[in-house]
Ligand binder design. Structure first.
Ligand SMILES: [Fe+2]
Ligand SMILES: [Fe+2]
Length: 222
């Protein structure tokens, strides 16, 4: 774990940050308050998210064995997500928490469902769509980590602040890697990929707004 100081997060950063990741809607500030008050629940859910991210990357790789560029990129991603999973487990152990069974991630399930129902250009394969959905999940996780960072006092838990600073950077990088992989898989249809990303990010924003008006939960995507 790095000993780099945490990034300072200003209000203007939080307002402009989502657009850097193609997110159309910033998270409700109430979620950050909830997460800051119940970090134990957030950490348990976060561990589950990292395990699911690794598992999803490997399962996508297994469905495309003929494309070694895709298999290798997703294997590297899965390895990094598993490393994140292990790092979160250290915090769970330190706090005397257990992992428990994985809860359904309503946000991710709704986003995948919305993507499957939204007509897409014929030149775009289901793989490209899965990569773009994955990229948006990485982007939202990244934004939430930034909000968690702002909610934790560095004096209270400097190791946790350092950890989320690293994770914030890693998930932003994953977002870019998945978009780049989608562009590569689409073989020259860049405009169609970016238009699809724009459409999916609109749907993603609607889901986030809808979830924030329901009962908010101290989970990464709650
Ligand atoms: Fe991760
Ligand atoms: Fe990630």
């Amino acid at each position: 774990m790095s000993s780099a100081p945490p990034q300072s997060v200003g209000r203007s950063d939080l307002v402009s940050f989502p657009t850097m990741l193609c997110l159309k809607v910033p998270s409700d500030p109430g979620w950050a308050l909830l997460a800051g008050r119940d970090l134990d629940s957030v950490l348990v859910d976060h561990a589950q998210c990292e395990m699911k991210a690794a598992s999803n990357a490997l399962s996508l790789a297994a469905r495309h064995p003929d494309d070694l560029l895709v298999v290798r990129a997703l294997t590297r991603l899965a390895r990094e997500e598993l490393d994140h999973f292990d790092q979160v487990l250290v915090f769970l152990q330190g706090r005397g928490l257990t992992l428990g069974p994985p809860a359904v991630d309503e946000y991710a399930a709704r986003l995948r469902r919305a993507a499957s129902m939204a007509p897409r250009a014929a030149v775009l394969s289901p793989l490209v769509d899965r990569l773009l959905v994955g990229a948006l999940i990485e982007a939202r996780s990244c934004e939430r980590f930034k909000l968690i960072l702002a909610a934790i006092s560095p004096n209270e838990d400097p190791e946790l602040v350092s950890f989320y600073s690293e994770l914030f950077e890693a998930e932003a990088r994953h977002y870019r890697q998945l978009v780049d992989l989608a562009l590569s898989c689409a073989k020259g249809h860049d405009e169609a990929v970016l238009a699809r990303l724009d459409r999916l990010s609109t749907l993603e924003g609607e889901i986030v707004l809808s979830l924030s008006t329901a009962e908010q939960r101290a989970t990464i995507h709650g």
